[in-house]
Design a protein around this ligand. Structure first.
Ligand code: GDP
Ligand code: MG
Length: 302
């Protein structure tokens, strides 16, 4: 469990009361940021989010970490909601609609109906939140995964991703080894994360296995150079760059083939994540810094 800072919760409650009294518009950025603040302070779990354009293997990577094909993956833009994956004994999905109706179902089939994009690549407007409960050791430690839509599609999805990044404790930015981080991705990394005070970021290179062995070394070396130019703040001694071939990793997990999982790079990421999360959760000032970041952003909007 993470240290919940009662002072921060009180400040956030006061701000929430203030926006009620002032009857601030439902859709204003200020109201959204203050709601984010409350959500961030009260969430007892450590939230790990994935961030990248669509089709970079974000959902596949989370499935590989989970060791199950839990989240929807496809060649077309798929993830159509912020999907929180939390600990539960049985695999179960809970959908909360905007009218506060709750739909709960065993398994994850229901995600297709409520949490994937429609034929026009739009999100389901009825849905308020999507939670999946899974029995997994990392989740049992008080971690939750957050699967997000891709960033290079529609403005509505971009807005959702930007809000969700603010309330995530650690972010994995997935990089496609075939593209070496486009200018847009580098700008997003800077503008959506670092410039907003979100510094706990890890880069994970996917699709490196599609290159020849010598080319893999060159691509890795060039991405190492890019990763070093970003000031990620992680516990000392940890790299901010990992290589994971997400699909082979998932296949290895599904078959129980440890060698394949090892070769895919997943084992190395898993052990780094475990230690980084344990250390960050012990850090007293961790939440406070992000709280200050969110209030600073809100302040600029007033
Ligand atoms: N060949 C290959 N395909 C992958 C890999 N990772 C993901 N994919 C495929 O890429 C497509 C998009 O993956 P998905 O996880 O839905 O991407 P997302 O939009 O970023 O969540 C799917 O068809 C995956 O099977 C990989 O490591 N190698
Ligand atoms: Mg996805």
């Amino acid at each position: 469990m993470k240290n919940i800072d009662e002072n921060l919760i009180n400040i956030s409650k006061t701000l929430n009361n203030a926006i009620e009294v002032l009857a601030i518009d439902e859709n204003s950025s200020l109201k959204r940021d203050i709601l984010s603040l409350g959500n961030y302070c009260e969430n007892q779990n450590f939230r790990l989010a994935v961030f990248a354009p669509f089709n970079y293997g974000k959902s596949t990577l989370l499935n590989a970490l989970l060791g199950e094909k839990t989240l929807p993956i496809d060649l077309i833009p798929t993830t159509g909601a912020a999907i929180y994956v939390k600990y539960g004994e049985q695999l179960k999905t809970k959908i909360t609609l905007n009218n506060n109706k709750i739909i709960e179902e065993e398994g994850t089939n229901i995600l297709k109906k409520y949490a994937t994009l429609d034929d026009n690549r739009c999100m389901n407007q009825e849905v308020k939140s999507v939670e999946v409960y899974c029995n997994h050791s990392l989740l049992k430690m008080g971690v939750e995964f957050l699967d997000l839509p891709g960033t290079n599609d529609r403005e509505e999805q971009n807005k959702l991703v930007k809000d969700q990044l603010l309330t995530s404790d650690l972010i994995i930015q997935v990089v496609d080894a075939r593209k070496l981080m486009t200018l847009e991705e580098r700008e997003n990394f800077r503008d959506w994360l670092l410039n907003r005070g979100i510094n706990s970021v890890i880069l994970v290179i996917n699709f490196l296995n599609l290159w020849e062995p010598q080319e893999q070394k060159d691509v890795y070396y060039r991405l190492r150079f890019v990763a070093e130019s970003f000031r990620s703040i992680l516990p000392s001694g940890f790299s901010n760059l990992y290589r994971v071939d997400a699909l082979p990793a998932l296949r290895g997990k599904l078959k129980g083939d440890n060698n394949e999982v090892q070769r895919s790079g997943l084992s190395m990421l898993e052990s780094a994540l475990q230690t980084i999360i344990i250390q960050q959760k012990q850090e007293q000032t961790f939440r406070r810094e992000r709280f200050e970041t969110i209030t600073r952003i809100s302040h600029k909007l007033i």
